[in-house]
Design a protein around this ligand. Structure first.
Ligand code: FES
Length: 70
């Protein structure tokens, strides 16, 4: 599993696990990688819809890497 904060963009979640988005409106399967809004401007939260570009969102990139325990 890896979570990468794209510079000036969303958080990218990448995994070989099955992803399911659960909201008040039901469940939806997601493909990996999926992009999660971190700018607060998406109209499709928690997913990124590209609105960070118009909002000129600025934030540095970073990465969290998961390692399976032996
Ligand atoms: S990070 Fe893309 S819409 Fe918020």
């Amino acid at each position: 599993m890896k979570i990468k904060s794209v510079p000036n963009g969303p958080n990218m979640l990448e995994t070989d696990e099955t992803l399911t988005l659960k909201t008040d409106n039901g469940e939806k399967a997601l493909k990996s990688p999926c992009y999660l809004c971190r700018c607060g401007h998406s109209k499709n939260k928690p997913l990124c819809d590209g609105s960070h570009l118009a909002a000129k969102f600025e934030a540095p990139g970073s990465e969290i890497q998961g390692v399976k325990k032996p």
